[in-house]
Design a protein around this ligand. Sequence first.
Ligand code: FAD
Length: 417
Amino acid sequence: MSVEYDVVIAGGGMVGASLALCLHQHSGGALKVAVVESFPLPPLSEQGPSYRPSFDARSTALSYGSRQIYQALGLWSTLQHHVADILSIQVSDRGHFGSVLMRHEELGWPVLGHVIENAWLGNVLLNHLRRHTNVEFLSPASVESVQLTEAAAELTIQRQQALQTCRASLLVVADGAESGLCARLGIHRRVDEYAQTAVIANIATELSHQGVAYERFTAEGPLAMLPLLPDEQGQSRSALVWTFPEDDAEQAMAWSDEEFLSRLQSQFGHRLGRLQKVGQRAAFPLRLSFAEEQVRRQVVVMGNAAHSLHPVAGQGFNLALRDADALARRLAEAARSGVAVGDLAVLQGYLRSQNTDQQLTTLFSDRLTKLFSNRQPVLSLARNMGLLMLDASPPLKSRFTARAAGVFKGRDLELPL
Ligand SMILES: Cc1cc2nc3c(=O)[nH]c(=O)nc-3n(C[C@H](O)[C@H](O)[C@H](O)COP(=O)(O)OP(=O)(O)OC[C@H]3O[C@@H](n4cnc5c(N)ncnc54)[C@H](O)[C@@H]3O)c2cc1C
């Protein structure tokens, strides 16, 4: 006999796991939710994180807005032990005059944001899901086929080499940027190739970062150094995201540690003293992609499967978390009023509520990426004038910082390009 759920989430990555927690919280556990994740779950543990898809060696800059969402879920008291605070952001252009420093005091916020290692975020989210909610976690398992009927999504799930069927009022597709389920459902994607690859690694530094996040624009492409908590030996560390034209990234991955550090030092300068050690490197090809259809009756597409952004502005996950929170609130409200959670009008209402945020955040990330990846002299001058103007104008700076922190609700910034 087939099992019945209100919501099945395909993909238990950062977005799928966060959505499951939001659904549990906002419905008070009334919605029957399952998460299907193809990667095996690690044992329940508070000892330390383990790497797996989504919760890999990267770190994520969580905006102040995301902190508020995790606070409402009752998770912040645990997460705060694993985050480094961002107290200011310094944006600069290598070899040029413009630079800008944004401080938390200017907005009257306690912090501008936080940085967490993805593996720790995964540890906290998955432990909380398994210990404190009634969400079912099916893993390793994958959704093999979907049949949409009048009343439900009928799913075939592969688990332990066996096929089982289930019915869900709503299927959430959160299986990442290469979404196999979107392809299976005939949901097309608009893709804009940046022809860039992000190389990430943790860097041990001589000086402490003092809560400063650095965004620096270099001849190769944008480079970010985000503050991390010190390691167990008290060594100060920052998380590097260094963007290269895709043909150069392979070389950068092959450089010896010494060469990598020396090239990074010459691009980044001595703001953090000598760069002492580089951890394990990983490369991520970058593209802007957008699902052309995010909702259908009984289906909603979320996270990277819905929109995948350039990481330069640190917006992708923060946007997806705001989507997850908004969707969970709407579904809980529908369920309380006796409306099916897969109802098209409910899902369209969710999408309408998030549409402006999605458009503005995508535009902000895309324009910032293009503006700061371009070495044409005119654009370089415009960029540096822009940085100077931003630094000289407190209201403009506040709006820029608020948009970067994902809590800006008013008229948005106009970036050139
Ligand atoms: C270098 C880099 C740095 C970034 N930094 C930031 C940042 O600072 N701030 C920010 O906001 N964003 C950042 N992002 C963006 C952020 O990483 C993404 O928004 C986030 O990873 C999206 O998560 P997701 O759960 O949608 O997808 P994924 O992380 O891809 O997870 C998808 C999950 O689905 C599972 N899966 C796949 N197929 C199936 C299937 N058929 N059945 C079941 N399960 C399946 C996978 O195993 C995986 O666990 C960064 C991105 C990059 C590349």
